[in-house]
Write a protein that binds this ligand. Structure first.
Ligand code: SF4
Ligand code: SF4
Length: 375
């Protein structure tokens, strides 16, 4: 095993291959506070990439309700139980990663789901954390919370799928860090399915090979966001490229949210994969639960998000989520406007931070009509 640096853990760790960061890294930020679980993203992906034979159960994008939802069943609970101790000391992870706790002779601590674990993608949907008995009413603060967690492949810096593959069929592209399965090399051993803790590689029994999210690379290469981003009804998603921590640029939206403001956090950083999909934690869920999912920075991230209305630079960037189908490489605030540009600096969109309010008269003499409840 090689020694590599994982900035999400604040320390070096063991990995099967030496550190090799791509020229730039595909990354995303999902704002969990805005997701409405409409599953439009799930269907946008399904109809684009996984509508063939053998792909029936595959959800490269899924949206699960936390705390009880998980797809495949219990994918996260099972691993958290297997992983011995997950101690953080401030921002440094003192516990063991999945690579460090691999059993002798194996590269990653993992498990392979049974077929029926994939049979209930909506288990736990809209189930809240507390019991709501007959006659109960809402009082604040209340513990009966839940939230939606959309998930795709994290295009990890240290992918467990790639490390697990004995044939070397999985590779990480140098130009954008997207992780792909070479369908020509794959022999269907399913070690990647076993190794990926997020269970985002799927076996296709018809082709006998493994398949996974490709971050819609044909679109990303054209500067257009993936299907699940473009179609997101809640406008919770932002795609782009993340710089290594020492090279963060404040005008790069992903860098700003992840490295500079630290408001967007990785999912289960303790696994050690340095995943590149980042989440703004739900501000109504308990801090301890968010820390389990998103690491020790969850409390501060929740505070910063709550204060966004007094924080114009952050608020303006949050307004740009879902505002264009193009990948936003740069942004700045111009007074009350959020302005986005592509990598060449060409302006893509400008969004007002406050929607203008138009009050139309109830009795419209000009058009000879009466409006009811139409402010
Ligand atoms: S999320 Fe899983 S499938 Fe995706 S790159 Fe990471 S280990 Fe591989
Ligand atoms: S389309 Fe957007 S809002 Fe709807 S479920 Fe997916 S991530 Fe959530």
């Amino acid at each position: 095993m090689a020694r590599v640096f994982n900035w999400q853990l604040g320390r070096e760790m063991s990995y099967w291959y030496p550190e090799s960061r791509p020229q730039r890294q595909f990354a995303a930020v999902f704002d969990t506070n805005k997701c409405i679980a409409c599953q439009t993203c799930t269907l946008a992906c399904k109809t684009t990439w996984t509508s063939g034979k053998g792909q029936e159960y595959m959800l490269w994008n899924n949206v699960e309700t936390k705390p009880y939802g998980s797809y495949p069943l219990a994918y996260d609970i099972k691993l958290l139980e297997m992983l011995n101790g997950q101690q953080w000391s401030g921002a440094k992870y003192e516990g063991q990663t999945l690579f460090e706790s691999a059993p002798a002779g194996e590269r990653v601590l993992g498990w392979r789901p049974e077929q029926r674990d994939y049979a209930y993608p909506n288990v736990g949907e809209d189930d809240c954390a507390g019991q709501v008995d007959h006659g109960e009413f809402l009082s604040l603060p209340h513990m009966n919370w839940f939230f939606y967690l959309p998930r795709i492949c994290n295009h990890c810096t240290y992918p467990a799928c790639l490390a697990s593959c004995p044939r070397g069929s999985i590779y990480k592209r140098q130009e954008d860090g997207i992780v792909l399965v070479d369908q020509g090399r794959c022999r269907g051993y399913q070690e990647c399915v076993r190794g990926c803790p997020y269970k985002k590689v799927f076996f296709n029994p018809m082709t006998g090979t493994s398949e996974k999210c490709i971050a819609c690379f044909p679109k990303m290469e054209q500067g257009i966001t993936p299907q699940c981003f473009e179609n997101c009804i809640g406008k919770i998603r932002l795609s782009g490229y993340l710089s290594p921590p020492g090279k963060a640029r404040p005008d790069n939206p992903i860098d700003y949210l992840v490295h500079i403001r630290k408001i967007a956090l990785p999912l289960f950083p303790q696994f050690g994969l340095e995943p590149n999909v980042y989440y703004i934690p739900p501000i109504h869920a308990p801090v301890s639960f968010n820390q389990q999912l998103f690491g020790p920075g969850a409390g501060e991230a929740m505070k910063a998000y709550r204060n966004a209305m007094n924080d114009p630079d952050l608020a303006s960037l949050l307004c740009l989520f879902g505002s264009t189908e193009k990948v936003i490489n740069r942004y700045h605030r111009q007074g009350e406007l959020a302005v986005a540009a592509d990598e060449k600096g060409v302006e893509l969109v400008r969004v007002p931070m406050r929607e203008p309010v138009h009050i139309r008269p109830a009795v419209d003499q000009k058009n000879q009509l009466v409006r009811i409840n139409c402010p």
